[in-house]
Design a protein around this ligand. Structure first.
Ligand SMILES: Nc1ncnc2c1ncn2[C@@H]1O[C@H](COP(=O)(O)OP(=O)(O)OP(=O)(O)O)[C@@H](O)[C@H]1O
Length: 317
């Protein structure tokens, strides 16, 4: 985990009442949250939740229809913020007629102060199990996974303060996926880069991310330190043959309860002990996320570290 002792109060993303409306309706609605700097934040939610919309707002490619978003304390896409942010969209925007070497040369010219050519080349060419990419290869001759590798190299070599990644591993083979995730984590740790990574692959996020933003239907459902969110919940299991809710659960918030035969499994939000005969454990990240995704009516939980501090937004206004 990144040592944050030297980043006491900085904020990477801060949203207050943020909304984006397309023709078909609201893609994001009343979103308020904060992601402190130096975190590796998982951005999770079902298809159509608004994850890509949020990342494109943070990259300055789209304007909010309501509310405000600040990025590294400034306006998204602003002249002082843009050079400090790298964004890898789902479709790997690269120039198709450039070679890989030309693409990296462009990166160096666009980012003269910060570009790390050695890291870019290492990232692109050192493909384990044949995943490396030749410098002379044209971008439009690359496979989807090879193109993704070049796009990630381009973003990492910029040495951004904030790295926004939209489904970065989706078309990579398992070995390259592993290698890329390790490189991302190394970058985050060495340079205290804030990473916001949208992904549906929870196994990939578990262990890598220390912060979580779960959105569903355009609204924030969970936000905060992964550790805090996990410890605010309990997975409760046991035999239960009665109708209705077990009385021991009455003092707690039930996120989701399911019965299989006589076995009841519930995810409960609690800050106190759960009495009775129940087997109680802290959920895994996957159990926490799946229960919330299956229970869209459960109340939202925004941990104190993820609450926006409106003073921080003045800079972006
Ligand atoms: N350019 C657009 N015009 C109109 N509606 C859009 C546009 N882009 C996204 N939407 C709608 O906004 C909502 C959120 O889309 P978004 O792509 O942000 O979701 P997502 O969480 O990234 O989904 P996925 O996991 O499928 O990539 C969806 O209902 C989508 O149909």
């Amino acid at each position: 985990m990144t040592d944050l002792t030297f980043l006491p109060d900085r904020t990477a993303l801060e949203a207050v009442d943020l909304g984006v409306r397309y023709r078909g309706g609201w893609a994001l609605r009343d979103c308020s949250f904060r992601v402190p700097a130096g975190r590796v934040c998982a951005l999770v939610g079902p298809n159509g939740a608004g994850k890509s919309t949020l990342l494109s707002l943070a990259a300055g490619l789209r304007k909010p229809s309501a509310g405000r978003l600040s990025v590294l304390g400034g306006a998204p896409g602003g002249a002082d913020v843009r050079p400090r942010v790298a964004y890898v969209a789902q479709d790997n925007p690269l120039y198709p007629h450039f070679t890989v070497a030309e693409t990296l040369r462009l990166g160096r010219e666009l980012n003269p102060g910060s570009w790390d050519q050695a890291a870019a080349e290492r990232f692109v060419h050192e493909g384990g199990a044949g995943g490396g990419v030749r410098p002379g290869a044209r971008v439009d001759s690359l496979s989807g996974g090879q193109r993704r590798r070049v796009a990630l190299a381009f973003a990492l070599a910029k040495r951004p303060e904030l790295l926004l990644l939209d489904e970065p591993m989706s078309d990579l083979d398992p070995l390259v996926r592993h290698e890329m995730m390790a490189a991302l984590m190394a970058q985050a740790a060495e340079h205290a880069t804030t990473v916001v990574i949208a992904s549906h692959v929870i196994a990939e996020l578990e262990g890598a991310c220390d912060y979580l933003l779960l959105i569903a239907d355009g609204r924030v459902r969970l936000a905060g330190e992964v550790e805090d969110l996990l410890s605010a919940h309990r997975l409760v299991m046991g035999r239960y043959e009665d109708a209705g809710t077990p009385r021991e659960f009455a003092a707690h918030t039930i996120v989701e309860a399911r019965t299989t035969g006589r076995q009841l499994t519930a995810l409960v939000r609690t800050d106190g002990p759960i009495g009775g005969h129940w087997e109680v454990a802290e959920p895994s990240l996957e159990e926490l996320l799946l229960a919330h995704l299956r229970a869209p009516g459960a109340p939202a939980l925004v941990a104190p570290s993820a609450e926006p501090r409106p003073a921080g937004l003045k800079a972006a206004a």
